[in-house]
Design a protein around this ligand. Structure first.
Ligand code: ZN
Length: 105
């Protein structure tokens, strides 16, 4: 913390990742929130170097399709001190969806 500066400059992620969604409010007109989740940023950093141009589809499969279709996704949200009225997603909680119940006879 008080030692020397990092040896390498930190990489800036060249994208703002956003989620568009509707909440449970019956009058919801939709939300669009920036997501600063650490794991999502690391996925970008790792897959963009491993997959080349294919990183974007793999990224969307993981952070869009899986979050909608396979996971019961919840957001941890917060605000920034400079923008106390602007909410952002700071993390995700995404347990797998329960398998649908079967009818028992
Ligand atoms: Zn809403």
């Amino acid at each position: 913390m008080f030692g020397s500066l990092p040896k390498e400059e930190l990489e800036k992620i060249p994208f703002k990742f956003m989620y568009d969604f509707h909440c449970d409010d019956s009058g919801c007109q939709g939300h669009s929130m920036m997501c600063t989740d650490w794991e999502m940023a690391e996925t970008y950093r790792k897959w963009s170097s491993e997959y080349g141009d294919g990183w974007k589809q793999a990224f969307l499969d993981r952070w869009e399709s899986e979050m909608i279709n396979l996971n019961d996704t919840h957001f941890y949200v917060g605000t920034l001190s400079d923008h106390p009225k602007a909410w952002i997603i700071v993390g995700l909680f995404f347990p797998r969806k329960e398998p649908q119940a079967r009818l028992l006879w």
